[in-house]
Structure formats: structure tokens, C-alpha cells
Design a protein around this ligand. Structure first.
Ligand code: LLP
Length: 418
């Protein structure tokens, strides 16, 4: 059995068999308790170092309304970071005050900007041209711009969002101009935001990024002749997807951030801007797994385990080469291991959950769990091969609630004239 925060749930074979029986497979299974633990741990770590802070949950990681609501119920000061009208909708349905939310778009259409503006959320803009588009709709009192600090970080090339190859943010060389234009157009208060990459486990990386952000902040403040209200260091806070990885040291991370703030703004923290973060993965990734059934075993040039969950259910391995542990449910003979490629039923050869993965012998009909699928799992799932999307359940001790029904084939065609 793998060492994981959900190990206890994974060992409850009968309980999981009942979920599979009742809700079918694949199903995303989330632990309420783990969601609560994660938001409490993060809020305690940040509040130890920063009195003025704000946590915006990045809804893109998992937009299930009950998941957002669980986080909000546990931590009432929660805000949300939304990047589309759909994410604003989810945050609002979950009971968030829109004034506690921020809209971070990129290449936004006028319609997106209108919805963001009307929602009452703060607006974080990706470019000066975004501001010019927004100006045709209205001028908010407060805005922030997204900085591209010229370099980024991240576990895979595809999730690095800072640097010369990134489509996001405003280069540090030109960002001051954006603030000057916004100020002369009537914006009164400002913040600065940066999200330079994702899935990073090394606390030091965040110190480097924070220094870059504060350097730009100083330049902006000097030019505008006024203080920034908020600094968002985005997120990118990683989780251990592998047995041998250590969790990110959050206390350390915020202590380092505090030291950097002190260096820039001095000892008196009442004059510091509010520190904002936009965590997605670290709050939800390890709270969920995909409960899936083996649908086919095949001995070819390689040994294959075929599951009813494939790249349409969890896209990360096919898209980035991401690694997720797979745990067999039920009787496990640890000595009896085989090297498998774990795949789904999709007609693409990139359809892999894992390649060369060592597992106990698997048989058709058996259940397994694809771990750490709570972030960027369901939210990136899709309908390729005309497969309806999975159901989602939330486990609260003995209680299991269906928090999203499985899609049906008919629903996939509801917009068509059939
Ligand atoms: N803030 C902004 C502006 C973001 O773009 C993102 C993620 C976050 C916050 C949350 O980052 P996190 O806490 O999850 O690192 N689909 C990829 C991850 C892409 C993240 C994109 N932006 C994956 O499956 O790993």
C-alpha cells in the first residue's frame, strides 16, 4: 500500500466496492476531511508570517461547487481566483462573495471582460491591451496586472508560465507603462500579480520569484508615486506525486517570503501590501482519486492493464508526461509484481495513465485508484471518443454524497438536432 494521506480510505475495500457498485466507474472520490486539513494547514502557515493576507482558491484546479463550498465552510475568509465566466459562476454558486474573488484572464473577449466587470470581482489583467479593451466597458477603482518576470518554473515544460516563451503576463521591462496608462485613465488603486509556473516542491524557487515581483513592485510604486495595495505571488505550490518526494515546506516558504517583504518594505508590517496567493493543486490534488475498474488485460510486446478511465478522464499523463500512482484495491500480494503500461479505452496511443508501472498482478473486473487526481483531473476531463464524463462523490467519514452525476450519451448531443 502506498504512503498517502488517503491510505486509510484506500484500505476500505468494501466501502470502495460499494461506491463503485452504486455510482459506477470511473468515479472521482474526494475526501472531505482532507480538503479541510489542506485549507487549515495552508491558512495557518500563511497567517504565522503575514497578518495581512488573502487566499484565493484557483477554481481551475477543481470547479465542483461542493468542493469549493467545503473549502469555504472550513475557512470563511476564502476568496477564489477565476479565469473564465464559468469559474465565476462556480465560485458564486458555492457562496463566495464576488468582492472576495479575482478574475485573471488572458486574451479575454469583450464578453468575458463584461461578465468579470459586472460580477464585482477584482480584475487582474494580462496585458495593457486587455486594459484598453476593459476601458471600453468601464474603469474599475482597483486593478492589478500580471507580471512576466522573464523566467518561470514548473515540473513540466507545459506548465511553466513565466519566461520568454510564455503567453502570459507583461514583461518586467514594460509593465510600468501599463500602470501609468491605467492611472491616467482613472484607476485609483493597484496591485501586482505573478504566477510563474506550477507543481514546484522547492520553497527556494518561490523566494526567487518573490524577489523578482518585489523589484518590479518598487519600480511601479516609484513611478506611480503611490503604494501597491496587494502583491499576489500566484501559486505553483506542488504536492508529492511520488513516494520519494517530500511535501513543500509551507512554513518555510512563508517565512522566506516574510524576510523578502522585510528587506523591501522594512520591519513595520502594517505598511506592507497584502500578500495574496492563488493555490489550486496544494488544496485539492491529494484529496481525490479516480476509482476505476480494469476492463481488459493484454499481453502484447508489453503487458497492458486497460481501465475504464483513460486520457479523457485524467489528461495529465498524456499531456505532460505526468506521473500518478495507481493503487490496486483489495487483496494485494506485494511480492507478485508485474511491469505494466496502464491505459484507457481511447483510440490514441498517447492514452496512458502510467508507463512501465510496477503493480501486483491485475485481473479484469478488479478496482484500482488513480491517486492525486483531485486537481486538474475532472476539470481537464473531456469527451473524446464521445465518452461521457465521470461522476464525482464526496466522502465524509461513512457518508458518501454524489456531487456530480455521470454524464449520459444523450447529454452529449443535447445541443444537436437529433
Ligand atoms: N493562479 C493562476 C493565475 C494560474 O494560472 C494558476 C494555474 C494557479 C493560480 C494555480 O496554480 P497551482 O496552485 O495549481 O499550481 N493543468 C496543469 C496546471 C496548470 C496550471 C495553470 N495555472 C496541471 O495539471 O498540472
Amino acid at each position: 500500500m502506498i504512503n498517502h494521506p488517503l491510505s486509510n480510505l484506500l484500505s476500505q475495500t468494501k466501502f470502495l466496492e460499494n461506491i463503485a457498485e452504486q455510482h459506477g466507474t470511473p468515479t472521482y472520490v474526494y475526501s472531505k476531511r482532507r480538503l479541510e486539513e489542506n485549507i487549515s494547514r495552508l491558512s495557518s502557515a500563511i497567517s504565522q508570517s503575514f497578518t495581512k493576507h488573502q487566499i484565493y482558491y484557483a477554481v481551475k484546479a477543481n470547479s465542483n461547487i461542493q468542493i469549493i463550498r467545503t473549502l469555504k465552510n472550513e475557512f470563511n475568509d476564502l476568496g477564489c481566483d477565476c479565469s473564465s465566466p464559468g469559474e465565476l459562476f462556480a465560485a458564486s454558486k458555492a457562496g463566495l462573495n464576488m468582492s472576495d474573488c479575482v478574475y485573471t484572464g488572458n486574451y479575454e473577449s469583450l464578453e468575458d471582460l463584461q461578465i468579470a466587470y459586472d460580477s464585482g470581482a477584482e480584475i487582474n489583467l494580462d496585458d495593457l491591451n486587455s486594459f484598453k479593451r476593459l476601458k471600453t466597458i468601464g474603469i474599475p477603482d482597483y486593478i492589478s496586472f500580471r507580471l512576466n518576470p522573464g523566467k518561470g518554473h514548473g515540473q513540466f515544460k507545459g506548465i511553466i508560465t513565466g519566461g520568454k516563451n510564455s503567453k502570459f503576463g507583461i514583461p518586467k521591462e514594460t509593465i510600468v507603462e501599463a500602470y501609468n496608462v491605467a492611472k491616467s485613465s482613472g484607476v485609483k488603486k493597484f496591485g501586482l500579480q505573478c504566477h510563474a509556473g506550477s507543481s514546484t516542491l522547492d520553497a527556494k524557487t518561490f523566494s526567487d520569484i518573490t524577489k523578482q515581483i518585489l523589484k518590479s513592485a518598487r519600480e511601479i510604486e516609484d513611478n506611480l508615486g503611490q503604494k501597491l495595495e496587494k502583491i499576489s505571488i500566484g501559486s505553483g505550490f506542488g504536492i508529492p506525486y511520488r513516494d520519494e518526494e517530500e511535501p513543500l515546506d509551507l512554513e518555510q516558504l512563508f517565512q522566506n517570503t516574510k524576510r523578502t517583504f522585510k528587506d523591501f518594505y522594512g520591519e513595520d508590517n502594517s505598511s506592507w501590501p497584502t500578500l495574496c496567493i492563488e493555490p489550486g493543486r496544494i488544496l485539492v490534488a491529494d484529496t481525490g482519486f479516480i476509482l476505476t475498474r480494469v476492463t481488459g488485460i493484454k499481453s502484447s510486446y508489453k503487458e497492458f492493464v486497460g481501465l475504464d478511465a483513460g486520457m479523457e478522464t485524467l489528461m495529465r499523463p498524456a499531456l505532460y508526461g505526468a506521473f500518478h500512482r495507481v493503487q490496486k484495491i483489495g487483496h494485494i500480494d506485494e511480492n507478485d509484481t508485474i511491469i505494466y503500461d496502464i491505459t484507457g479505452r481511447i483510440c490514441e496511443n498517447t492514452d496512458r495513465i502510467s508507463e512501465g508501472y510496477k503493480m501486483p498482478e491485475m485481473k479484469e473486473g478488479e478496482l484500482c485508484a488513480i491517486m492525486d487526481s483531485g486537481a486538474y483531473g475532472y476539470s481537464m476531463s473531456h469527451n473524446f471518443n464521445t465518452r461521457p464524463r465521470s461522476s464525482e462523490v464526496l466522502v465524509d467519514e461513512e457518508e458518501v454524497s454524489l456531487i456530480r452525476k455521470r454524464e449520459t450519451i444523450e447529454e452529449l448531443f443535447r445541443g444537436c438536432d437529433v
